[in-house]
Write a protein that binds this ligand. Structure first.
Ligand SMILES: [Zn+2]
Length: 314
């Protein structure tokens, strides 16, 4: 699952330029480059991030912005290095950046589940931060091009001094259970046939996460949840940087039975017993989300044990 972070973010160092220079110069410091949001990883069954020494990056990119992802246990740090937004764009698909020696470029969705906890923590943070910088180059107040500050964790407007922080959009994701302990899973209209997952949706301004769970389940499936606070139980969260969500995971108890999907976002929803889930997955007619996702964990928690990898979507 994403978000298995083991890196010390060392947020107190972000506002100390001299300490950032010292960290950049440290022998154990390593630097991550991305290419259009893709990660440099070794090719093979157990991929690892390919990080560079700062000296290798200094020569590679004329104008580099450093983003402190965290410190290591040897006195150094891990940085994300990005071209300055005023300079070259790493979104230029006609001129992809050459991969570091021994690495291939792979998306986080494809490789996330195969990285170890340390690399997954670096990767998910870097991809989320990179995505925000790429999509927020200008001041939301006056339109002026902003500059990075605080070790890459703030963008500041040179005209009005306003500060802009990386976005994290809360979303709820929930496995709904009925009185027979069946699980409600939905099929998005845009998905290939047989793909089912837990329901999910964004928390709206002014709304509690629990209210969002109740609203999204009703909108997407027509199912009412129980009115008791214990009918919506928080289990844990996961960063989901596609592009900037934080998924808040819940189990919820239904108070009604009859499914009425919206037909737009959710094309079909069904109650699954454990036996049905097992039989249909084994037959290949049902596919569940990959082990990178919190949806998978919510389903496994209901099911009672980890699901075989062969039941995952391709
Ligand atoms: Zn401004």
């Amino acid at each position: 699952m994403l978000g298995r972070a083991t890196l010390d973010r060392a947020a107190h160092l972000r506002t100390e330029p001299q300490r950032l220079d010292e960290l950049w110069a440290h022998a154990s410091t390593r630097v991550l480059l991305l290419d259009g949001g893709r990660l440099p990883v070794t090719d093979g069954k157990t991929p690892q991030l390919v990080l560079l020494a700062p000296a290798d990056v200094d020569g590679d990119i004329a104008q580099t912005e450093r983003h402190l992802l965290g410190t290591n246990t040897n006195g150094g740090a891990v940085f994300l290095a990005r071209p300055t937004l005023a300079g070259t764009s790493d979104d230029d698909r006609d001129h992809p950046r050459p991969a570091p020696l021994g690495a291939i470029w792979v998306g986080l969705r494809e490789v996330g589940a195969h990285l170890d906890d340390h690399d997954a923590g670096i990767a998910v943070t870097a991809v989320a931060l990179d995505s925000w910088h790429r999509s927020h180059p200008h001041c939301a107040r006056c339109g002026q091009a902003t500059e990075i500050a605080s070790g890459g964790w703030v963008r500041r407007c040179p005209d009005d001094g306003s500060e802009h922080y990386p976005r994290t959009d809360p979303a709820v994701i929930m496995l709904v259970r009925d009185e027979y302990d069946r699980a409600l899973l939905g099929h998005q209209a845009a998905w290939p046939e047989g793909w089912f997952s837990t329901l999910a949706g964004f928390v709206e301004p002014g709304e509690t996460a629990e209210a969002a769970v109740r609203r999204e389940v009703l909108e997407e499936s027509g199912i009412h949840l129980g009115a008791d606070p214990d009918d919506v139980v928080y289990l844990g969260s996961q960063p989901w940087p596609f592009p900037s969500s934080l998924m808040l995971g819940y189990h919820a108890r239904a108070a009604s039975h009859d499914i009425a999907v919206d037909g737009v976002e959710i094309g079909e929803a069904r109650w699954f017993s454990r036996e049905q889930l097992r039989d249909e997955c084994a037959a290949g007619t049902l596919r569940v989300p990959s082990s990178i996702s919190i949806a998978r964990r919510l389903i496994e928690r209901w099911y009672g044990e980890p699901l075989p990898e062969s039941w995952s979507r391709p």
